[in-house]
Design a protein around this ligand. Structure first.
Ligand SMILES: [Zn+2]
Ligand SMILES: [Zn+2]
Length: 459
């Protein structure tokens, strides 16, 4: 059934018999489900011999692509990919308190499930160990409630939130705290009328793509805030290879080529709370398959229907993938050739709890970075590193700025200037007044940095 001999070619690996037994149990129960006829996946059958799994050569293959794996081997290979990303990039260690961003879709459902299984195993090891020196990492779940800006009817949204509560509460212990936070909470709680302020902000953007992208940036900002306010030290996203492939194409179209490598790595530590992507090597088709076979409940997609570049690119990539099932991986692998930034690795800590073995792994699999770390400037709206042209323009114009809105105007990356900022200079002041504080703080940072440089005699 499940692969039990070290690391196999498909990235599946077993740490101990305990885990292997768990997979055997799962594959048995899931095979029964398949026998009941609920599976919609292609099963090639021959009249003479069954289409056997390439790996275990015992069970019938369920995956239709070149992998030809049975359910048990397919699941363990997918979990293996997740586990390999986690361990090789030191994404989760026993002292962590991690926050899983949950949208209810298949990717975040699988990441929640896999994190949960890892935590359960850590708990079993803890209970069995005599000295109990290694604690069990903590897990919280965050859902950003976008009811106020969503085109989806509020009763449907409410139903989705109920489902999300049910999904999280029905996970076995250790308990996971669920944070359901309205997106308008990015405005500080004591400021009145945050809903209308948010609506007005989005209304001030003419471009559909710009609007969607700003919501995405606000979403990330909300997740960061939840993590900071509740003592989490890492943020886990379910972004999979298919999603990243779409981002590669759309970022290229939007002229974000310079900052693109920052967004597509396993680790992104430019944020106050570092972000990790353990499903970066999995395809959405694979994640859908796991959800259907493990009967993992997913929630109706709450993004609504967009009309901008993002939606166009997503349907284009889906079409490419239909024609050739390796297209999404090819896109991601091509973009991987771009050099990552120094913040695409977790900061080295002097923490004695950071074990030697994990540090060694960490060194081995993390992108090489220059010894002298460049001090990047970041766009206050999207938090992308600014390219050379944008940074130079900012440095040379900063001292001529009269208003805060002027500073915001010249601090933004070209893409945000084009797609998000209002064109008319008269609207800029109003737009600035509607932005949430963290974005304003980022713009202000440029001034304080400039003054520091002036004082130290650099330019
Ligand atoms: Zn198999
Ligand atoms: Zn930007």
């Amino acid at each position: 059934m499940a692969c039990t001999t070290g690391v196999c070619q498909s990235g599946c690996y077993k740490e101990d018999d305990d885990e292997a037994m768990e997979f055997e149990r799962r594959s048995e129960s899931a095979t029964t489900t398949t026998a009941n006829g609920s599976a919609s996946l292609p099963v090639k059958e021959d009249s003479d011999h069954r289409n056997l799994c390439f790996k275990c050569k015992v069970d019938e293959a369920i995956t239709g692509d070149e992998a030809h794996l049975c359910l048990g081997c397919f699941r363990s290979s997918l979990f293996g990919k997740f586990k390999f990303s986690v361990t090789s990039h030191d994404m989760i260690n026993p002292f962590d308190n991690i926050l899983v961003a949950f949208s209810g879709g298949p990717s975040s459902r699988v990441v929640l499930q896999f994190v949960h299984e890892m935590q359960q195993k850590a708990q079993r090891n803890f209970d069995a160990s005599r000295d109990r020196s290694l604690p069990v990492f903590g897990v919280g779940v965050a859902f950003i409630d976008e009811t106020v800006i969503s085109s989806i009817p509020s009763h449907e949204y409410e139903k989705a939130i109920q489902d999300i509560r049910l999904i999280v509460s029905s996970l076995a212990p250790p308990e996971k705290k669920l944070h359901i936070v309205p997106i308008e909470n990015i405005y500080s709680l004591d400021s009145k009328g945050e809903t209308s302020r948010l609506k007005e902000l989005l209304h001030a953007i003419d471009d559909d793509t710009g609007k969607e992208d700003l919501v995405h940036h606000l979403h990330m900002m909300s997740l960061q805030k939840i993590a900071l306010d509740n003592g989490y030290n890492k943020l886990v996203l379910g972004s999979c290879a298919s999603r990243i492939a779409c981002h590669v194409i759309s970022a290229t179209v939007k002229g974000q080529g310079y900052s693109l490598p920052a967004d597509i790595q396993y680790v992104d530590a430019r944020w106050e709370i570092p972000v990790v992507l353990p499903l970066r090597d999995c395809l959405i088709q694979e994640l859908n398959m796991i959800c259907s076979h493990d009967s993992l409940k997913i929630v109706k997609q709450l993004d609504g229907s967009g009309s901008g570049i993002n939606v166009l690119v997503s349907s284009f990539v889906t079409l490419l993938q239909k024609e050739n099932p390796s297209r999404e991986r090819t896109i991601v692998r091509t973009a991987e050739k771009l050099t990552p930034f120094h913040f695409n690795r977790l900061p080295e800590t002097d923490d004695p709890n950071n074990h030697v073995s994990s540090r060694r792994r960490h060194k081995k699999f993390n992108p090489k970075s220059n010894e002298s770390i460049p001090s990047e400037l970041f766009c206050p709206i999207c938090n992308s590193p600014l390219n050379k042209v944008d940074s130079e323009r900012l440095k040379s114009n900063l001292r001529h700025c009269e208003t805060s809105a002027d500073i915001l105007g010249i601090s933004c990356c070209s893409s945000c200037q084009f797609q998000i900022l209002p064109k008319k200079s008269s609207s800029k002041e109003h737009f600035y007044s509607l932005l949430p504080q963290p974005m304003i703080d980022r713009a202000k940072y440029h001034i304080s940095r400039d003054q520091d440089l002036l004082r130290s005699g650099n330019k």
